[in-house]
Structures are given as C-alpha cells and as structure tokens.
Design a protein around this ligand. Structure first.
Ligand code: FAD
Ligand code: FES
Length: 284
C-alpha cells in the first residue's frame, strides 16, 4: 500500500463519492470535527474535506466528496489504486464531545457525512443522539443506515417528500422539540442558509446551537486569513479555531457573501473542464 492511495471508492449518489485512503499518520490522531486538505496534482487547488471516519489499526481515513466544482469533480473521477498528491491533516479543532444529555445532529446533503463522526463521538460520550437528515430527494440522502447505527433516533426528510418527512430539517426539529424531545445542544452542517436558519430556530427553541463553518480555505494552518469568519463581532479563523463554532453569534450573511466572491471564476473553470473532458457535472 502506498501513502495517499485510494483503497476503496464507492459511489454514494450521482454526485457523491466515498474514498477510503491509506494515511496512517492522520488515522492515528484524527478526532471528530477535524478535516484534511487534499490536493490532486502539483497545480491543483487545496480542498478541505471532513474526516468522516478513520481506522488507526488499518491506517485508513474515510472522506466523502460531493462534485460541486472543478476540483471536486476531478477528485471524484479518481479510481481505486490512484493516489492523492497530498493529504494534509488532521486540521482544525475537534468538537467538544461531552455529555450534554440529549443532542441533535443535523446534516443537509453532503453535510450528513460531515456530521456523522460527531454523532458517533457524542453517542460514545453518553448522549441520547437525535439525527435529522435532510436532502433534496431520496437519491441524495446518504448514510442513513450508518447514522441509524450510532444514533438513538434518526429522522430523514426530503424537500420533495420522496423519503421520510416532506419538508426541511427545521420542520423536523420543531416537531421533535414540540413533541417533547428535551434537546440541550444541536450541531448542524450543510449549506450555509440551512445552517443559518437551523441555528436561529435552535436558539429560539432553547437548544444551544453549533454550526460548522465552510469558508474558502487555502493553507489551513492560520497563516493566510482566507477562512476568516465573524463570530460575536470578532474575526476568527475557521481552519485553526473551528470549523465548529457556537452559532448564536456567527455572521452567516458575511459568510454567504465571502464564499460567493469567486462564482464567476468557478463557473468558468467548470466550463473549461467540461469542454476538455466532454463529461457532465451533476450539479451545474
Ligand atoms: C472545513 C471544511 C470541511 C469540508 N468538508 C467537506 C466534505 O466532507 N465533503 C465535501 O464534499 N465538501 C466539503 N467541504 C467543501 C469543499 O471544500 C468545497 O466543496 C470544495 O473546495 C469546492 O471546490 P471545487 O473546486 O470543486 O468547487 P469550486 O467551483 O471552486 O467552488 C464551489 C463552492 O465551494 C466553496 N469552495 C471553493 N473552494 C473552496 C476551498 N478551498 N475551501 C472551502 N470551500 C471552497 C465555495 O463556496 C464555492 O462557491 C468542506 C469545506 C470546509 C471548509
Ligand atoms: S485557511 Fe488560511 S488562515 Fe485559515
């Protein structure tokens, strides 16, 4: 086995791929809430992805990647036996996984994969774990069985009603709390507007909200300032102080603005990649 080699490649949906990678040093020290930065080639972008799982004995880590732009599309075209050029990590601050009592873990889209290790660690810490999993449609709702295996209650929902409750994660959270679940803390990962509205609702329902920030990152080590977010009026670097933050004071609107700054360049990069490779990117 070679360092950074893809040992397993599994297509989870049309646009989401799971990779098990040989990376013993990262597997030996990974903790829930941390991430790695991947690079595919010398001129390739540095792409942060969450450590979804790891096995220190086998020396493997698991990442789950959604094709959304040029780099993630290139990664998801890699095959078993191929190698990433770099796998840098573990990075970021692990999530504090103490016993809160009852907790909610809320994932949207590929955010379900990102919240999975946190659910597992919170269960190990003795919490009752309620998982709320949201996706646009049944086909895109990933890891439901894996979540069921580590959570006490798993509540799927889809925008179109093709699986689970019809509606959004906020509807399901409200029903669960109004139905008597006494949730002390909630951890949400997904698209930024979803994290914003879920965090606001949690605060309103008396659930302490935490959200994982996904600003654009470069070095991932606190030097470039690219990943800055504003929390409680203070500048914080998501790569070394997060990515999970108490969500009450997060300036989500600034995050939405900053992550959208390169939309034009990102669109052009995808179009050029599609032209060169004559292939189709599911989300565009
Ligand atoms: C801590 C963290 C953990 C993440 N975990 C996962 C994960 O487990 N699985 C997954 O599929 N995605 C994850 N992401 C998001 C992933 O990094 C971006 O989807 C990816 O960088 C997009 O690159 P691209 O070239 O394919 O798309 P682009 O077309 O370049 O960008 C598409 C969108 O992705 C975001 N993005 C672009 N570049 C970066 C960057 N360098 N860092 C962060 N966001 C960027 C922007 O919002 C942009 O609009 C995570 C991001 C962060 C910050
Ligand atoms: S990515 Fe450079 S400081 Fe966080």
């Amino acid at each position: 086995m070679r360092e950074n080699e893809i040992l397993v490649r599994e297509q989870l949906s049309e646009v989401v791929v799971k990779f098990v990678i040989y990376k013993p040093l990262v597997a030996a020290s990974a903790r829930a809430g941390q991430f790695v930065i991947l690079r595919g080639s010398e001129k390739g972008e540095r792409v942060p992805v969450t450590l979804v799982d790891w096995d220190a004995q086998k020396g493997t880590i698991t990442v789950i990647i959604q094709s959304i732009g040029k780099s993630t599309f290139m990664f998801n075209s890699l095959k078993q036996g191929d190698c990433f050029l770099n796998v840098l990590g573990p990075l970021g601050v692990p999530v504090e996984t103490k016993n809160y009592g009852t907790v909610a873990v809320i994932g949207g889209g590929v955010g379900i994969a990102e919240v999975y290790p946190i659910a597992k660690a919170l269960k190990t810490a003795g919490n009752k774990v309620v998982a709320i999993l949201g996706a646009r449609t049944k086909e895109l709702l990933i890891l439901e069985d894996e979540m069921k295996a580590v959570c006490d209650i798993t509540l799927p929902c889809t925008d179109d009603g093709s699986h689970g409750q019809k509606g959004m994660v906020t509807d399901v959270l409200k029903t669960a709390v109004q139905g008597g679940e006494k949730i002390q803390a909630g951890f949400v990962i997904g698209p930024i507007p979803m994290m914003k509205f879920t965090s606001l609702l949690m605060a309103e329902l008396g659930v302490e909200p935490y959200a994982s920030m996904n600003p654009i990152m470069l070095d991932g080590t606190g030097m470039c300032g690219c990943c800055r977010v504003t929390v409680d009026g203070k500048v914080r670097f998501a790569c070394v102080e997060g990515p999970m933050f108490p969500a009450r004071g997060i300036d989500f609107d600034e995050l939405i603005r900053r992550t959208g700054e390169y939309k034009g360049e990102e669109k052009r990069a995808v179009e050029e990649y599609e032209k060169d490779h004559q292939c189709k990117i599911g989300l565009h």
